[in-house]
Design a protein around this ligand. Structure first.
Ligand SMILES: *[C@@H]1O[C@H](CO)[C@@H](O)[C@H](O)[C@H]1NC(C)=O
Length: 592
């Protein structure tokens, strides 16, 4: 009895270890022994112009190789979310064993499969595969232009795949795929034979450098890119100089007048020409309208800022682009891990503004962004399911995301909120708030908050729009983005420009004796994102050839999310800077 139980445990443990080893096949350490199996993974196939509209490779009537191997599908959450769907090709490839031209499998075309292939060829479908994490792209087929055959019969598919694999030591460092040796016309009731061939060659490429051939330095390190950074940098110097000059001068004059005030007697002061920002010291620290939404936005903004900054730094340190989905995994992990930041800042601000329904505020703060992201994804998922696209998010992944939100993000936000309310929740404004709000005087149209908000985003947008071109180009999978140093610089420049611009805007607003600066500073900075969204329309129509319902919905849905997150981030940074500024100038005001 005892022995059998031990035996059962032993078997369970053994299966467990074998499973782990199977999942952790050798592509994970990228080291192979001679004759060891190298798995050729088929990923997706899809139209060349719509990079996000991808389908499982075997959704086209391709056939499998004879070899039975493990199937991978979605290994990690981020792969599933990105529509990566690896399936073993069944090709028999072994490390350092060259294979002459060998048949993979054969199919007989019927009406339906011919139509499917012709559709794919007409839409310039290409497929993507992986060997040892190295991406390989090949076209499905083409069209004979010289052959004036009867209509459809001019279309053909490539049937031969020749792999040239470069190795160095016991690692794979280079893979080339040649496809244009054999083709088969797409005519019903013909047999099509698929073949492959593997040549192993010694290569001088270092393992660390094996992704270099996928990068495009001519594109990313183009003069335009350097020039734009330089340009934005000059803008920063100019703006910082301008802000400090104007403000120091004005403030000094104001301070001088106020200190002179003290020497005047009361009557003189009452008749004096007091105007401008000092007038509203009794209202300027009045809590913003809609304090719950406001503090939730600020909390989420702190969180997004920290996540973006840390992901950029991780990307600089870790070359995240070399592992499938690691960028998204890092972002999800960082988002969950920084939830206390959200709770602390948002909850603290809400308490300082005198808010009482803090649980509601916390839930709003914690779930605002996740709900918007999931809502968009859910909507796009419907279209993806309709299209049978591989981007359709599997049910298991949805559950996983929901679990992360409920069991990780919510409790961490709760901890942050409680800490924030207790440690940073006491009102600490330098001026008392009057019981009765002061009426806001009439002013020129260009001093209206709405106008200030719209103008506020122009300069920050100007400092990033060239970088946006590079980010969009990589985000929509035309190039691999790898110059994260640039991105960090642009991020810092954007933050500085945003803070400077919102401080200037707020100063004008306060001088017009309008004390609604909290929302104005947030929205003036956040309006940068609306310019980015408008720019994304330009990018869509003039820089890409995307078409079709799925790709269009995907593009505009995720661009809206991107802009929204950018807006919340910029808005928060603008508010933080302005808040420091406002507290500074009013802390010197003597209250009678
Ligand atoms: C792949 O192609 C490149 C460019 O043609 C060549 O330099 C490299 O040697 C090839 N690699 C292998 C393993 O054949």
């Amino acid at each position: 009895m005892y022995m059998t139980r031990q035996f059962v445990w032993f078997v369970v443990l053994g299966i467990f270890i074998i499973t782990i080893n199977l999942i952790q096949a050798d592509e994970h350490n990228h080291v192979y022994e001679d004759n060891e199996e190298v798995v050729v993974w088929m990923n997706t196939v899809g139209p060349h112009r719509n990079r996000q509209e991808t389908y499982s490779y075997y959704s086209l009537p391709f056939c499998h190789g004879s070899k039975d191997t493990i199937n991978h599908h979605h290994e990690t959450l981020s792969e599933a979310l990105q529509g990566i769907e690896l399936q073993s090709s069944g090709l028999d490839v072994e490390f350092k064993v060259s294979v002459p031209k060998t048949e993979i499998c054969a199919i007989k075309l019927n009406e339906e499969t011919t139509r499917a292939f012709i559709y794919a060829v007409k839409n310039a479908y290409s497929y993507q595969m992986y060997i040892d994490n190295l991406p390989i792209i090949g076209a499905v087929g083409g069209k004979d232009s010289d052959d004036e055959g009867n209509g459809e019969s001019q279309y053909y598919i490539w049937t031969h795949k020749k792999f040239d694999i470069g190795y160095r030591g016991n690692q794979i460092v280079d893979v080339n795929l040649t496809i244009d040796e054999n083709k088969a016309k797409l005519i019903p009731n013909t047999n099509v034979k698929f073949t492959y061939e593997v040549n192993w060659k010694k290569s001088d490429v270092k393992f660390e450098d094996r992704f270099d051939k996928y990068l495009d330095p001519n594109f990313f390190q183009h003069r335009i890119h350097w020039f734009s950074i330089f340009n934005s940098f000059m803008m920063v110097i100019f703006l910082v100089g301008l802000v400090s000059m104007i403000l120091m001068r004005t403030l000094r004059k104001d301070y001088a007048r106020y200190s002179k005030d003290e020497e005047m007697d009361d009557i003189e002061r009452d008749l004096g020409d007091e105007y401008g920002w000092k007038q509203i010291h009794g209202d300027v620290f009045r809590p913003a309208s809609h304090p719950m939404v406001f503090s939730a936005l600020i909390g989420a903004g702190y969180q997004v800022t920290v996540v973006v900054l840390s992901v950029i730094i991780f990307a600089i340190l870790g070359e995240l682009y070399t592992e499938r989905g690691s960028m998204l995994s890092t972002a999800i992990f960082m988002y969950a891990a920084t939830s206390p930041v959200n709770g602390y800042t948002g909850g603290g601000l809400y308490a300082r503004m005198g808010g009482r329904v803090w649980i509601k505020q916390m839930i709003l703060s914690a779930f605002m962004l996740p709900v918007m992201v999931c809502g968009t994804a859910f909507f796009i998922n419907f279209i993806a399911i309709y299209y049978h696209a591989s981007r359709a998010i599997p049910f298991g992944s949805m559950v996983a995301v929901a679990c992360i939100c409920i069991f990780v993000i919510l409790p961490l936000t709760l901890v942050g909120t409680i800490l924030g309310r207790n440690l940073a929740g006491t009102p600490d404004a330098p001026c008392r708030v009057n019981a009765v709000p002061r009426p806001i005087p009439e002013k020129k149209w260009f001093m209206e908050p709405l106008v200030i908000i719209l103008l506020g985003g122009i300069l920050p947008f100007g400092s990033i729009f060239i970088e946006m071109y590079f980010i969009f180009t990589s985000f929509w999978a035309y190039k691999i983005y790898y110059v994260y140093g640039f991105m960090l610089l642009v991020f810092i420049i954007l933050m500085i420009v945003t803070v400077c611009v919102t401080i200037v805007c707020t100063y004008f607003l306060l001088n017009a004796e309008d004390y609604r600066w909290q929302w104005t500073s947030f929205l003036a900075a956040a309006s940068t994102a609306s310019y980015v969204y408008v720019y994304s329309f330009y990018y869509f129509f003039f820089k890409t050839k995307m078409n079709g319902l799925f790709q269009t919905a995907f593009y505009f849905g995720y661009m809206a999310l991107f802009s929204l997150a950018l807006g919340i981030m910029c808005g928060t940074v603008g508010y933080i800077g302005t808040n420091a500024f406002v507290r500074k100038i009013y802390s010197t005001v003597k209250i009678d």
